[in-house]
Design a protein around this ligand. Structure first.
Ligand code: NAP
Length: 291
């Protein structure tokens, strides 16, 4: 069994991006990080994004509207950032407070600044296999992890647990692309799927993205499978100073001995998500070279 080290692979991407940014002419790339409210997980994710951006040489602008911001005001803020020629990428950290329509927010961001890849146009380009768009960072990070770990999906059965816009659906669309490293046969499962363990046991590659702590147990995994654990849940743990620990959707102690390869939580998909956001921001800067 091999543990896929997301921190190490993300560090290699950071190194490559740093070299790429050094070759850019004109101003440095710039990402606007919009965090609405004080959700503790969002505070931590945005901080990680700021730190990685600084390491690469990407300027980040932190914008912190209160959780009470009306949707119309958030739209006006996004419109300003859309019009700002000094901003290449815009990220609005999810989850957003209740009462704000998340998908409407994703659509409001100009498609050419949508470094999160959730805009209708970018999702459409993904479906059309048009590489000029932006691919959502977590699914893109999963594919990069697999590629850089020497895994080809071609001809393999990939089972994706979860059908969200952010992870499940785009991950499935990437795995099924007509590309040498993709070409997988894909099954998507969700909360209404029946006989779930019978399906997951057929997976050569299992991507778990449901947000239920340690849901995937040993009886749901085929021996020799590759398991990508996307889930991040906080579970109470009295031995930790914080009172909790992070865990994935996979019960790591029982599943990992069975697998050919597996990602840990933390230290698997998480750092790759941030690295791919930076990659998209550098891509946006290149597309926006006139300023
Ligand atoms: P989401 O929008 O809540 O979607 C969860 C999906 O899982 C839904 O499609 C849901 O089905 C399905 N599901 C829920 N319970 C299920 C069950 N018992 N059996 C089968 N399917 C079930 O979540 P998300 O945004 O995709 O995120 C999923 C997890 O990944 C979360 O823990 C999140 O924190 C984590 N995440 C991590 C990263 C990272 O960088 N590491 C990035 C993004 C997300 P229905 O559609 O039928 O409701």
């Amino acid at each position: 069994m091999e543990i896929i080290d997301g921190n190490q692979i993300a560090a290699a991407i950071v190194h490559e991006l740093k070299a790429e940014v050094a070759t850019l002419t004109g101003r440095q790339p710039c990402i606007a990080l919009v965090r609405v409210g004080e959700d503790p997980a969002s505070v931590s994710y945005v901080k990680k994004k700021q730190v990685m951006a600084a390491e690469i040489g990407i300027e980040s602008r932190l914008i912190l509207p209160p959780a009470t911001i009306p949707q119309a005001e958030l739209f006006a803020l996004i419109d300003q950032l859309n019009a700002d020629e000094g901003v290449d990428g815009i990220l609005v950290q999810s989850p957003l407070p209740k009462g704000i329509d998340e998908v409407a927010v994703f659509r409001r961001i100009a498609a050419h600044k949508d470094v999160d890849g959730f805009h209708t146009l970018n999702l459409g380009k993904l479906a059309q296999e048009d590489d000029t768009g932006f691919v959502a960072c977590t699914p893109a990070g999963i594919m990069e992890l697999l590629r850089r770990s020497g895994v080809s999906l071609s001809g393999k059965h990939v089972v994706v647990l979860g059908r969200s816009l952010i992870v499940g659906k785009p991950a499935a669309l990437l795995a099924v692309q007509r590309k040498a490293w993709a070409n997988a046969t894909v099954t998507i499962c969700h909360s209404q799927t029946t006989n779930l363990p019978a399906i997951t046991r057929q997976a050569d590659v299992l991507i778990a993205a449901i947000g239920k702590a340690e849901f995937v147990t040993a009886d749901m995994v085929k021996p020799g499978a590759i398991v990508i654990d996307v889930g991040v849940s906080r579970v109470p743990d009295a031995t930790k100073k914080s009172g909790y620990r992070l865990t994935g959707d996979v019960h790591f102690p029982s599943v990992s001995p069975l697998c050919a390869k597996i990602t840990p939580v933390p230290g698997g998909v998480g750092p790759m998500t941030v690295a791919m956001l930076m990659k998209n921001t550098v891509k946006a800067r290149r597309l926006n070279q006139s300023t």
